[in-house]
Design a protein around this ligand. Structure first.
Ligand SMILES: *Cc1c(COP(=O)(O)O)cnc(C)c1O
Length: 395
């Protein structure tokens, strides 16, 4: 391995990659420092740290961008999912369908409200919920338990929307609601319609490394439904009635603070004007260089990805692990999203699953590798990363 890596030693071991970022938030800040600093200073001057005017301004802008009637910001993406399930009164005894291959939150919230997750397999090419597997999972529910089926959580994994129109049809044919987990999908599109607008309720996360990230934790709920929107506005502030000292239901405390809203107003501009398009270019550069080397991500016709991750697939685990080690040795950060399917997580040991139905999710965990992906990565860096991967797979 040493010999084969040698030709990079001059470029790679040197300064160039010592501080290389997986998602370069430092460069993003550097290039937009003035606007962001000014927005933050404005909040500091006002000391209106909670529920300042920037929060409502941001909610209006986000609702307009996504194309839905209501945006309700909150503390993080996990709370956003939780608020949706609470608004639908989902709890003990209820069944909620969710992909087996996703970030833990998507499934965790089902258990948090006391309901039972039903894990559904994903499609090997897109990493997103396999509609046929969903249909089979629904068909496998006993007749006397069918009334317990309440919702489907579809995840827009790595930035590409799930087949949300088809999933929504399957959900509603079976009397279920669709919750779109767009934590990674914000900015993506399906047939010209923006991600986070397909669910009966949809959510996103503003965790710093997500497509649109803030400088701490943040999240948002999107819906066209007036009464759910009103309910969620109450639930996020202790189940408030006329004010937070009038408590008409049990809720939680989950607000997006004013500093985060002010940062997001600035970052939404850059996101729309520059970052989304730039990520498309980066993905294209990777695609060209890695074609025939590894399986590159497949974007379906009519879909646009917001490139939360650029995830490739190797022939087997040994090659994946080797590529990861070689890149790491050269200071290039990569990540395995995800190393374990939901059904194999200890926290879900009590959940009964048909493991034969979850083969693709299980296999993906062995072969996926997410490469550095962000709007500020240089073309030469992409070339060098790809050359190293070529060397590993050429053996
Ligand atoms: C990040 C993420 C979440 C949770 O968002 P947080 O803001 O970190 O709570 C939920 N679902 C998916 C698919 C995610 O990637």
């Amino acid at each position: 391995m040493r010999e084969r890596s040698e030709r990079y030693d001059d470029v790679v071991i040197g300064r160039q990659y010592r501080d290389m970022e997986f998602r370069d938030l430092k460069e993003q800040y550097k290039q937009n420092k003035q606007a962001i600093d000014c927005a933050i200073a404005g909040v500091l001057d006002s000391t209106h740290f909670i529920s300042g005017p920037q929060v409502e301004e941001l909610e209006k802008k986000l609702a307009g961008y996504v194309g839905v009637k209501h945006c309700i910001s909150c503390g993080n993406g996990t709370d956003a999912l939780l608020l949706a399930l609470m608004a639908w009164n989902i709890g003990a005894g209820d069944l909620v369908f969710v992909p087996d291959f996703t970030f833990f939150s998507s499934a965790e919230v089902i258990a948090t409200v006391g309901a039972t997750p039903v894990f559904v397999d994903v499609d090997y090419d897109t990493f997103n919920m396999d509609v046929e597997s969903l249909k089979r999972a629904i068909a496998a529910v006993d007749e006397q338990d069918r009334h317990r089926m309440k919702a489907v959580i579809a995840v827009d994994l790595f930035g590409q929307p799930a087949r949300l129109d088809e999933i929504k049809a399957v959900a509603s044919d079976n009397g279920m609601l669709l919750l779109e987990d767009g934590a990674q999908g914000f900015g993506g599109e399906l047939n010209g319609k923006k991600a986070c607008s397909f669910g009966d309720i949809s959510i996103t996360s503003f965790f710093p490394a997500k497509p649109l990230g803030c400088y701490g934790d943040g999240g948002a709920v999107f819906t066209d439904n007036d009464s759910w929107a009103e309910l969620i506005r109450s639930l996020r502030v202790h189940g408030k009635g006329t004010d937070k000292y009038d408590n008409i239901r049990i809720g939680m405390n989950s607000r997006l603070d004013t500093l985060q809203a002010a940062v997001l107003i600035e970052k939404l501009k850059i996101f729309k004007e520059y970052e989304l398009e730039q990520c498309d270019k980066v993905a294209k550069l990777y695609d060209e260089r890695l074609e025939g080397v590894v399986r590159t991500p497949k974007i379906l016709p009519g879909m646009r990805s917001s490139w939360a991750q650029y995830t490739v697939k190797f022939e087997n685990k040994e090659l994946r692990d080797k590529a990861m080690a070689v890149l790491k040795e050269h200071g290039i950060p990569t990540a395995v999203y995800y190393a374990k399917p939901m059904h194999a997580q200890k926290a879900f040991a009590d959940v009964l699953s048909d493991v034969d139905e979850l083969k693709v999710s299980t296999k993906l965990c062995d072969v996926v590798l997410s490469l550095p992906m962000h709007p500020y990565i240089k073309e030469e860096t992409i070339t060098q990363i790809c050359d190293m991967i070529k060397e590993v797979t050429a053996v």
